[in-house]
Design a protein around this ligand. Structure first.
Ligand code: NAD
Length: 424
């Protein structure tokens, strides 16, 4: 059932509508904690800000910015900041709620939050991007902080933007506060391994899932949507493990090569041109054909709402690894289930990034930094352990990995809620 909140327009297929449907599926497994379930269907706090900046040509432009703290029950808010022309409050609400679920699923001591600015950053100069970031940070400064809510990178944001956010917050409070954001440059309190952590988590959970369904990763054919931070790191690790990257789609084009793409050459092309479009050593496909490509593993690592029922009906993969947040509609999920295609859901599959963000935050407090090997080993251990617990829950209740992840996470969030009680 779509929860009715007067301040957003929600449809069954919109991000918040998708999230609500996912919560509704888990309520039967929550027992007595179900009485608290409504708290999951309402973001605790949503901040909308106006971001005026002076452009390089002297004109003034205004942008819409958001920061939503879905839940602070288990700890400070934690979640990325997205710069995209389609960002809405409704989308940021859903992304923040998925962060609550994800953080609880891997048992990090965080609630869930997310932010975004409705902007196409490619249309801005570097100077304009810096002004936008600094003004946004100042505006949301009233609710973020190392103990309140800790932003991080998401679509179209990166370590440079985190450095500006950290600097702006620090200037406003009068002290360097490295722990206010994660995903910073390593020389500014960032963590080794953070850049590739989300892709690494996709790979680690993907290998565990492949093992369980008897799919050999060496020789497996992998199709990836989105070759940004998440998709490129996951693709590299799968290629290193002997898989063939047979198709890639991004905002500039769709390319395929049945014998496997030369990933290093492709990544160099993306760095040089900004996307996969125009890559010579591959066949160019029309965008919709991406979903028909013969493959064993499909990694949606771009945006939400991609796996519609009709696309879910056509895909050839045995295993879907959700690098992106919310890439599968609930109606698409049903089709994948009927077709016996295993989905490792976003709320566990892409939790590697926030896990290393947690490591970064812990390191910032102690000003003592770990080696990349230590980071990767701890990350792998947490991901494998969390997935195994979720898998046991799925087997016990005969439910999908998504519903099992929600069951584990909602149980943790609502137990904490019940113990804390309502104030007053
Ligand atoms: P990014 O900006 O680095 O890359 C996004 C990619 O998606 C790019 O390759 C872009 O070309 C592609 N893309 C954009 N629009 C597209 C379209 N319409 N069709 C096909 N491709 C399109 O972003 P990212 O950080 O890699 O994030 C990707 C997804 O992973 C998002 O859903 C994000 O929320 C999720 N995620 C990111 C992190 C992280 O640590 N960065 C962590 C967890 C989840």
């Amino acid at each position: 059932m779509v929860a009715s909140l007067s301040y957003v327009h929600v449809t069954p297929d919109s991000p918040w509508g998708t999230y609500i449907a996912q919560v509704d599926r888990v309520i039967p497994y929550l027992g007595a904690l179900g009485r608290w379930a409504e708290t999951l269907k309402r973001p605790k706090r949503s901040l909308i800000v106006d971001i005026p900046i002076e452009m390089d040509d002297g004109s003034i432009r205004h942008f819409e910015g958001f920061r939503v703290q879905h839940s602070l029950t288990r700890g400070p808010g934690k979640g990325g900041v997205r710069y995209h022309p389609d960002v809405t409050l409704e989308e940021v609400m859903a992304l923040s709620a998925w962060m609550s679920i994800k953080n609880a699923a891997v048992n990090l001591p965080y609630g869930g939050a997310k932010g975004g600015i409705r902007v196409d950053p490619r249309q801005l100069s570097l100077k304009e991007l810096e002004k936008l970031t600094r003004r946004y940070t100042s505006e949301i400064g009233i609710i973020i902080g190392p103990h309140q809510d800790i932003p991080a990178p998401d679509v179209n944001t990166n370590s440079q933007i985190m450095a500006w956010m950290m600097d702006t917050y620090s200037m406003n409070v009068g002290a360097t506060a490295t722990g206010v954001v994660t995903g910073k440059p390593v020389h500014l309190g960032g963590s080794l391994g953070r850049v590739k952590a989300t892709g690494r988590g996709v790979f680690v959970t993907g290998c565990e899932a492949a093992k369980r369904i008897g799919l050999a990763v060496p020789g497996a054919r992998v199709a990836v949507q989105g070759l940004g931070n998440v998709g490129s790191a996951a693709a590299e690790l799968f290629a290193q493990a002997g898989a063939h990257i047979v198709a890639v789609q991004d905002h500039t084009g769709t390319i395929a090569r049945a014998s496997g793409l030369d990933l290093s050459a492709l990544l160099a092309h993306v760095r040089a041109t900004g996307g996969v479009g125009g890559f010579k050593e591959a066949e160019a496909l029309d965008p919709e054909s991406f979903w028909d490509v013969a493959c064993d593993i499909l990694i949606p690592a771009a945006l939400e709402g991609q796996l519609t029922p009709s696309r879910a009906q056509r895909i050839k993969a045995r295993l879907v690894l959700e690098g992106a947040n919310g890439p599968t509609l609930p109606s698409g999920d049903d089709v994948l289930k009927d077709r016996n295609i295993l989905v490792v859901p976003d709320v566990i599959c892409n939790a590697g990034g926030v896990t290393v963000s947690y490591f970064e935050w812990v390191q910032d407090f102690s000003s003592f930094f770990w080696t990349e090997d230590e980071i990767n080993q701890r990350l792998d251990k947490i991901m494998v352990h969390a997935l195994s617990h979720i898998w046991d829950t799925a087997d016990r209740h005969r439910i999908s990995l998504r519903t099992a992840t929600f069951a584990v996470a909602c149980e943790r969030i609502l137990s904490a809620r019940a113990d804390r009680g309502l104030y007053p």
